[in-house]
Design a protein around this ligand. Structure first.
Ligand code: NDP
Ligand code: HSE
Length: 429
């Protein structure tokens, strides 16, 4: 018998409990494991969570569950950093295995937790922390374990994908789409983590540590959110054959690793650009397997609960037969490429006065910075007034791009700061 304590009976906690209880027969049949839900701890144990519970499992005292000698696996689902960290450390030091969905805690402060798990020879599962119901951690640590990973790209924040999809479909602006996401309960009341790329960067940090064996380099991830994307950008991207998505990107180039999160234009005939609404998808290219794509729900009670229970089952197997499935954190000393050093294609939206010679001035400066143009759109004619000039480039060095823009933005004919979006159309499916 494996005893489980769930701490935090909110969205993911209740999903986890539902999956554990409703599918208990199936789990037993498939794995031979007898998993018992011994405790559920939450601050509010009166609230109806839509699930019928066995007698006596509810408590308001998380320590009662974590300190219970019979408990084998503690599942931390309260979120936040300080208390969650304290509870996880206490559980590990008590000899418990731990499962968590807490991507923010692990990405920003996970070193100490993984170290403690190692010291205590206990498991720390986090399948639910990346892409909710998509078993991407298992894919990386088991399914693709025999591959060198060449690149991984993910749409791993459902809220921002919903906002960008809505802006694209309904031709509405960012704030209107965000308000809709909040009404539907997709975005938090404070949606900063979602729209500024922070949540995506947390998840990328966790993925990259498995992909390349690097430490949890959250602070090295380049982060840019979606707040600057306009309906015009989406329309021009469409005309050029692209969609705009908030992508998490990691790839190894010449022995250096790129870790970046930013709005990205991707060809609209690629499978990943068809991922709409709150859905997530992760594209991975391995040297043996080639291109692979994983798609599903990145959040929500049951999808995330499904991932939590998968960790519980893996750890229950360890408890039963001693075979470890643990992720052992590596410490490989790869250099992380600075964003200025990346090579990418670029989309520029210049706001320029409609005067003779403007385009040649812009293209001249781009040329001086070794930036070659692949497409230009300038449709509107408003003599003497500002009009958008859209330019798509071939591969260019970001450092050159930043310098060229700084020079262009000083031209008297440029009326507002130039906006740019990175474009990926190589090695992505
Ligand atoms: P919720 O806020 O819905 O649930 C958290 C629950 O924990 C609340 O009921 C909260 O009570 C309770 N809680 C807070 N502090 C304590 C404590 N000290 N002891 C016992 N219970 C406590 O959060 P979610 O379920 O949405 O998220 C949980 C974790 O899962 C987070 O780390 C989140 O990032 C992650 N996650 C969430 C996903 C989702 O779809 N929601 C998807 C993937 C990961 P109260 O409300 O009274 O504070
Ligand atoms: N806020 C997150 C999202 C929840 O929108 O994807 C799941 O991690």
């Amino acid at each position: 018998m494996i005893n489980v304590a769930v701490i935090g009976f909110g969205t993911v906690g209740s999903g986890t409990v539902k999956v554990l209880l409703q599918n208990s027969e199936l789990i037993k049949e498939r794995t031979g494991l007898d998993i018992r839900l011994k405790w559920i701890a939450d601050l509010d144990i009166e609230k109806d969570r839509g699930v019928k519970l066995p007698e006596g499992v509810l408590t308001t005292d998380a320590y009662k569950a974590i300190d219970d000698p019979e408990v084998n696996i503690v599942v931390e689902l309260i979120g936040g950093k300080t208390k969650a960290k304290e509870l996880i450390l206490r559980a590990l030091r008590n000899g418990k295995n731990v499962v968590t969905a807490n991507k923010a805690l692990l990405a920003e402060d996970g070193y100490e937790l993984f170290k403690e798990a190692y010291i205590q020879s206990r498991e720390l599962g986090f399948e639910a922390a990346v892409a909710g119901g998509i078993p991407i951690i298992k894919v990386l640590k088991e399914g693709l374990v025999a591959n060198n990973i060449i690149a991984a790209y993910g749409i791993i924040n459902g809220t921002s994908n919903y906002i960008l999809s809505k802006m694209t479909k309904d031709k509405i602006d960012f704030n209107t789409a965000l308000a809709e996401a909040q009404v539907l309960g997709y975005a938090e009341q404070d949606p900063t983590y979602d729209i500024e790329g922070i949540d995506t960067a947390h998840k990328l940090t966790l993925m990259a540590t498995l992909v390349y064996g690097i430490p949890l380099y959250y602070n090295e991830v380049y982060k840019e959110g979606i707040t600057g994307i306009t309906p015009e950008d989406i329309t021009y991207a469409h005309e050029l054959g692209y969609k705009i998505k908030l992508l998490a990107i990691t790839k190894m180039i010449d022995g250096e690793i790129e870790l970046r999160v930013h709005p990205t234009m991707i060809p609209d005939n690629y499978l990943i650009s068809r991922v709409e609404g709150v859905f997530n998808a992760i594209y991975i290219r391995g040297d043996a397997v080639g291109d692979t794509l994983y798609y599903g729900r990145g959040a929500g009670d049951l999808p995330t609960g499904s991932a939590v229970v998968s960790d519980i089952i893996d750890i229950a197997k360890v408890c039963s037969n001693g075979k470890s499935y643990a992720v052992r954190m590596d410490n490989k000393a790869y250099k992380i490429k600075k964003i200025e050093d990346i090579l990418a294609m670029y989309y520029f939206r210049f706001s320029a006065l409609d005067k003779p010679g403007v385009l040649s001035k812009i293209s001249g400066i781009l040329g001086e910075h070794d930036i070659s143009i692949s497409a230009v759109i300038q449709k509107e004619r408003r003599k003497g007034e500002a009009v958008p000039v859209i330019v798509l480039t071939h591969l260019a060095r970001e450092k050159n791009v930043l310098e060229a823009i700084a020079t262009i933005d000083k031209l008297p004919v440029i009326t507002t700061k130039t906006h740019f979006i990175r474009v990926e159309n190589q090695s992505i499916g």
